[in-house]
Structures are given as structure tokens and as C-alpha cells.
Design a protein around this ligand. Structure first.
Ligand code: DQA
Length: 150
């Protein structure tokens, strides 16, 4: 199946951005490992990082027409702000997993609310770059047990 991995704003800076919170792994390393993991399971993975809410929404809308079966998304700061990105995921009805490198529940109060968690199949957070591995493993498993939201 086709999977889509989306990264929200500022995640292009991974590796140098607040490494005590987000770790030293770069986005390129995360994407490369994610591709290898999906291909080893017989799936295809497309990835996109954007600092633009509009570009992420357009990518989600396009995914429906491309037959993307599952989305894994780190919405980054849009987690806490974006009704529009939430609505895009609801509109396409593609099952998705929300993930975070850090544990937003152990940080500032404003990070405790997510516009995505109640729509997500599940949420992974707090394990640094390994959160991506865990979320993709869960996505691959979900594709075998509950491939659609219908
Ligand atoms: C994040 C957590 C968010 O609160 C923050 O705005 C980010 C990254 C994470 O992966 O830990 O940019 O999504």
C-alpha cells in the first residue's frame, strides 16, 4: 500500500533545533529510515515536510486521489492551532496516526491540547526519533487489521 509521512513546521531544523528536546537526528535521517522500514514491509512511502499549513492541506487533499492508504503525521506546532489541517484529514477520511518526538503532555500547558488526537487511530509521543519507527510500525500493522475508516 501507499503510506504518506507528513512533517509540520520547523521539523526541517531537526538535528540542530533544541536538541535537548528533539534529539540530534536530522529529518533526512528520519525520512531515510522510514522509507527503509516501509519498503521492508512491502509498502511505498512518500514524505513531505512543510512550514506552510496550505501546502500540508493540499498534500492531504491530493493523497485521497492517489490512493494513499494511511497517513503518519507530526503536525508540530499546528497540532495545537490548526482546525484547517484537522478538517483536511477528516475530509479525506484516510486513517492516520499522530506522532511527536517530545511528550507534549510533559511540557507547557498549551501543548496539551491537540486538534488531531480524537480523530487519530492512535498517538505516539515522547520517544524522540524512535517515535517515527513506532508510529510506522503501528501504521503497517493497522493496514493489515483495519485498512480503512469505512
Ligand atoms: C512536536 C511537539 C509540538 O508541541 C511542537 O510545536 C513541535 C514538535 C514534537 O514532535 O515533539 O514543533 O510536534
Amino acid at each position: 500500500a501507499r503510506l504518506l509521512l507528513l512533517h509540520g513546521p520547523n521539523l526541517n531544523l531537526l538535528g540542530t533545533r533544541e536538541p535537548h528536546i528533539y534529539g540530534a537526528t536530522t529529518l533526512a535521517q528520519i525520512d531515510a529510515a522510514a522509507k527503509t522500514q516501509c519498503e521492508a514491509a512491502g509498502h511505498e512511502l512518500d514524505t513531505l515536510q512543510s512550514n506552510s499549513e496550505a501546502e500540508l492541506i493540499d498534500r492531504i487533499q491530493a493523497a485521497a486521489g492517489e490512493g494513499v492508504a494511511f497517513i503518519v503525521i507530526n503536525p508540530a506546532a499546528f497540532t495545537h492551532t490548526s482546525v484547517a489541517l484537522r478538517d483536511a484529514l477528516a475530509a479525506v477520511a484516510i486513517p492516520f496516526i499522530e506522532l511527536h518526538l517530545s511528550n507534549p503532555h510533559a511540557r507547557e500547558e498549551f501543548r496539551r491540547h491537540s486538534y488531531f488526537s480524537d480523530l487519530a487511530r492512535g498517538v505516539v509521543c515522547g520517544f524522540g526519533a524512535h517515535s517515527y519507527t513506532l508510529a510506522l510500525e503501528a501504521a503497517i500493522h493497522q493496514l493489515s487489521v483495519a485498512p480503512t475508516n469505512k
